[in-house]
Design a protein around this ligand. Structure first.
Ligand SMILES: [Zn+2]
Length: 95
């Protein structure tokens, strides 16, 4: 994600965050609603690549491309299905 800057026809500026290369050329101004043109400025990339941005990007990505879990999360205890609540059954040999 990168921060893009837009300028309203009324000469106010605002910033919007978009994936790199996907920023629209115009966006509606948040205060007046007029279409605002994107400005060409130095990219604000200092925070990209941080763990916070990776979390935000993966959250956006999981909205339409959910990650498939194929194994158990490491470190979680394995849940044993209990068929009987009788404590004597726990002493029976297991397969
Ligand atoms: Zn405006």
């Amino acid at each position: 994600m990168a921060i893009y800057e837009y300028r309203c026809p009324e000469n106010s500026r605002f910033e919007a965050s978009h994936p790199i290369g996907d920023a629209p050329a115009t966006m509606p101004c948040p205060s007046c609603g007029e279409p605002s043109r994107r400005l060409f400025t130095a990219p604000h990339l200092s925070k990209t690549g941080s763990s916070a941005f990776r979390l935000i990007d993966s959250t956006h990505r999981s909205a339409d491309q959910p990650e498939v879990v194929t194994s158990q999360i490491p470190g979680t205890p394995r849940r044993v299905q209990q068929y009987s609540s009788n404590p004597l059954h726990q002493k029976l040999p297991r397969p």
